[in-house]
Write a protein that binds this ligand. Structure first.
Ligand code: SF4
Length: 187
């Protein structure tokens, strides 16, 4: 690209965006250079295409997104979930999934997945133990019931609950003193 074209482009997109575009262009050139460099990348062998995760194990599990509990086959290599398939022989889903189940592997491996209770204090996120988290929630619920009223709280059930869990959840709301209870799928 000539200097005058560069200057015209810079004027059009603004300095900040121009710098970002230039960085992306430089990175793409570097990647192309690597890709064409023999010995750095190569075609997969027929064996690697057939079996890209040697030593992996197939583990039968279920989708955690709703109470249908569709069957999932998780392929695990060295403790990492690397690939998933539908469980053809699952008695409920019979080899089917909805789009949430088909993406279960990405949800489990997501970098933003919450793995522990967290609390934000003075602008900073802090990890809590489960006991601490339950204590804090219980205290907030008791305070709300005393200072406001039981009806200031709403209990929202989950599509992941079994019949027995739903029964206990209903009892819990009644014990707290409210009829404000519903199922999350209603919304
Ligand atoms: S695949 Fe879809 S329907 Fe099946 S359990 Fe997961 S969320 Fe529910």
């Amino acid at each position: 690209m000539s200097n005058s074209t560069y200057d015209a482009l810079k004027a059009k997109v603004g300095r900040r965006s121009f710098i970002k575009m230039a960085a992306v262009a430089t990175a793409s050139s570097a990647v192309s250079a690597f890709a064409s460099n023999d010995g750095v990348t190569r075609e997969a062998t027929a064996e690697e295409v057939k079996n890209p995760f040697p030593g992996s194990k197939k583990v039968k599990t279920i989708c955690t997104a709703c109470s249908v509990g569709c069957g999932v086959i998780a392929e695990v290599q060295n403790g990492v979930w690397v690939r998933q398939e539908v469980a053809q022989d699952h008695p409920v889903s019979l080899g089917g999934h909805c789009c949430k189940g088909a993406d279960m592997i990405d949800m489990v491996r997501s970098e933003v997945r919450l793995k522990h209770p967290m609390v934000k204090e003075k602008g900073q996120w802090k990890r809590l133990s489960w006991d601490e988290a339950y204590d804090r929630i219980a205290k907030k619920m008791k305070d709300l019931r005393e200072k406001e009223s039981p009806d200031s709280t709403m209990f929202l059930g989950s599509a992941k609950m079994s019949t027995e869990q739903a029964y206990y959840f209903r009892k819990f709301a009644a014990m707290y003193g409210t009829n404000n209870i519903d199922h999350q799928a209603r919304i």
